[in-house]
Each structure stands twice: as C-alpha cells, then as structure tokens.
Design a protein around this ligand. Structure first.
Ligand SMILES: [Mg+2]
Length: 374
C-alpha cells in the first residue's frame, strides 16, 4: 500500500497568448496548481487550474494552494492509502475545495499508473485510444472576427464548435454563425451569465438547433436549470453546478440537465469524475470532458478521462499552441487526426500521463511553492 512521503505544491501563473473572455470576465494568465507527489512506490504529478480569481466558481488558485498547505497535505502526509477512494475519504473532512483535492487525487492516479508502468488511461479503464475534440471561441469585439475563425475550424475538420455567450455577445452572434453554417454541430457556453428571468432568450435560441446550452444559469443553481429545461427543447448541459457526486445526483433527480460537462478539477479529481460519469450513465445522461486551460500536464489527465465510455461529445482539450507560446507541460500537447481527418487527442503510451513540467518554466512562473515531507 503506497505511503505518502512528500508533497511539493506550486502555484504557477502561465501567461496566455491572448486574453480569454467569457461571461465571468477576462483572463490574461492561467493560475494553476501543480502538485508533485512522492509515495513509497514512486512519484506522480497532478494539476488543477481554478483560475486566479473566484469568478468561475467560488474557488481560486491562491485559496487552493493554502487549502493544500494548511488542510489537505497535513492530513495525508505519512499515511498509506490502498485506493484513490481511500485518499478521497481522508480529504472528506474539508468541505468543497474540489480543485485543491483534485491536485492530490490526480497526482495519486499518475503515481499509481507510473508505479504499474501503465498509461493513465488504461489504469482508469479507458476504452478508446482517440478522444474527439472540439473548437472553442471566446467573446470577441465583433462577429466579423469570429466567422473566419469558425470557418477555419470547420475546414480543419473539428466535429463541433462552442461559442462563449454573454449579454452583448449573444443571439445575433449565434444567428450569424448558424446562417453561415446551417449543419454545424454548435453549442453555447453561458458560464452562469443568466437567470430564469432570461428564459425567453433561451426559448428564442431553440430555433438554432444548438447541441446544448452549457451552464446558462447560476453557478450554484440546480432548481432553476430544471425549470428552464422544461421550457426549452435544447438540452441543458451543466458545468459549474456539478461540483460533487452529490450535486450530480440532485441535478439528475431534478431533471436539471441532459448533459454533464466533467472537469477533473471541478469535481475533486479523476476518482469523483469517474463516479459522476457512472451515475449519469445510469440516468441515461451522457457526459463530455471540459477543461480549464491547463498546461499539457493537466490536459493529459483530461485526455485520459475522455477515453472512458460515456464521454459522448467532443472534448474541450486544446493543443498547447492554441493558448500558450510555451507550455509548462513537457511534451506539449499536439492533436492527431482520426481516419476521417478529424482532430483527436491521443493518450501517450507512456507510464502515467507521460508528461512532466518543464523545470525552467516551473522556476520562471511559480509564484508560491511549499514542500512538506513525512
Ligand atoms: Mg463551461
């Protein structure tokens, strides 16, 4: 049974190539948490990226760093765990703080896979070797900027396009894209930018045959989403609202969604992600993999998750050069093509995620670090 011997946690500010604009704001850097776990059986790396401010959910990277330093790491250091479920149990005394918990959980999975000399996706139970990925576009100044980019994504064979959606960048944008691409698989991500008072807007959007409305209403809401889902034909997809297995269970019972976007960081790690996926499948609700603009290291955990059965919509997994001049993760993530020429992310056939942070970039971009050992 592996014993946790030492933990290093790094809060890292990764500069983006250009700001990423959504309903909750504008990010110039992605603040991520890297965690190096040393167990009696070897090492593993985890990454969890809650953003620099608490504007996606109530968590943020500085708080995740402190939660790990003051609460989670002291609780697990020196202890042995036979399974990731046991590790989750040891972290359960901390309420919420899923991104902090995920950093430990993901490092645990990576260490376990490396110790067994297996790629992470195999240890996780993945059944496919290619994960279809989509193209995403943030809020821009003018729709004229967007259309050529969507055209390029379509030409590159991306199987679906996701548009960020917020007041002022809303219905006319969808209308313009739909007019130009009548058959494109298209959906919007509202990042909790609306309330039930805007239900009419979503009723009007039904005519554009979108694949889903991602997180239209409050980040902590389930009930209003259930009301909205009854009023619209387009499936509602929950992202922000599903931050635990318990919340997933309530969402499914209430009928709040017909899709769930699963991010390992938001739900507390791969262990919980797998449980949410299983529960959703029991309710006939398909899932897909989201992302938080992690480095290639964190993105590799997302790729592994995307190989599981039940992940039925192209993932938000991006090649390194989409958002970063230099990627903290080594090797950087590049997309492959499937037999019909569509972009896919393939797990590396190396132990664990097969990815480590670049030491030079880790040194340059770390804003906080702590080391603890048993
Ligand atoms: Mg989202």
């Amino acid at each position: 049974m592996p014993r946790i011997l030492a933990v290093d946690v790094y809060q890292v500010a990764m500069p983006l190539k250009y700001p990423w604009r959504t309903a909750y704001g504008e990010d110039h850097t992605i603040e991520t948490i890297l965690l190096r776990l040393e167990t009696s059986e070897g090492i593993g790396w985890g990454e969890s990226s809650p953003l620099p401010q608490p504007h996606y959910v109530e968590q943020w990277s500085a708080a995740a760093f402190l939660c790990l330093q003051q609460c989670l790491v002291p609780a697990v250091l020196g202890r042995s765990f036979g399974s990731p479920e046991e590790l989750q149990q040891a972290m359960a005394f901390v309420k919420g703080n899923t991104f902090a918990k995920a950093a430990l959980d993901l490092a645990w999975w990576d260490a376990a896979a490396r110790a067994q000399q297996k790629p992470l996706y195999q240890l996780l139970g993945g059944t496919r070797e290619q994960v279809p990925v989509g193209a995403d576009f943030g809020v821009m100044d003018h729709p004229e900027e967007l259309l050529p980019l969507v055209e390029e994504a379509v030409a590159q064979g991306f199987p679906r396009v996701k548009l960020k959606f917020r007041p002022g960048w809303d219905l006319p944008v969808v209308q313009a894209v739909r007019q130009r691409f009548p058959e494109l698989v298209l959906h919007i991500d509202c990042n909790a930018g609306y309330t039930l008072r805007d239900a009419e807007l979503f009723e009007q959007l039904d005519r554009f045959r979108l694949a889903m409305f991602e997180q239209p209403l409050g980040y902590d809401d389930l009930w209003e989403h259930a009301q909205l889902q009854r009023r619209v034909q387009t499936p509602v997809c929950l992202d922000e609202s599903v931050r635990s297995l318990h919340l997933a269970r309530q969402a499914l019972a209430l009928g709040s969604c017909r899709w769930i976007n699963i991010k390992p960081g938001r739900v507390g790690g791969l262990t919980v992600a797998r449980e949410v996926l299983q529960l959703a499948a029991e309710h006939g609700v398909p899932c897909w993999v989201g992302g938080m603009l992690e480095s290639a290291l964190g993105a590799r955990h997302c790729v592994a998750l995307g190989t599981l059965p039940g992940m039925d919509y192209p993932a938000d997994i991006f090649p390194s050069d989409r958002f970063y001049e230099e990627d903290l993760g080594d090797p950087p993530l590049v997309l492959d093509r499937d037999t019909s020429g569509r972009p896919v992310a393939c797990p590396l056939e190396a132990p664990g995620t097969g990815t480590e942070p670049r030491p030079d970039l880790l040194r340059r971009w770390t804003v906080n670090h702590f080391h603890a050992h048993a």
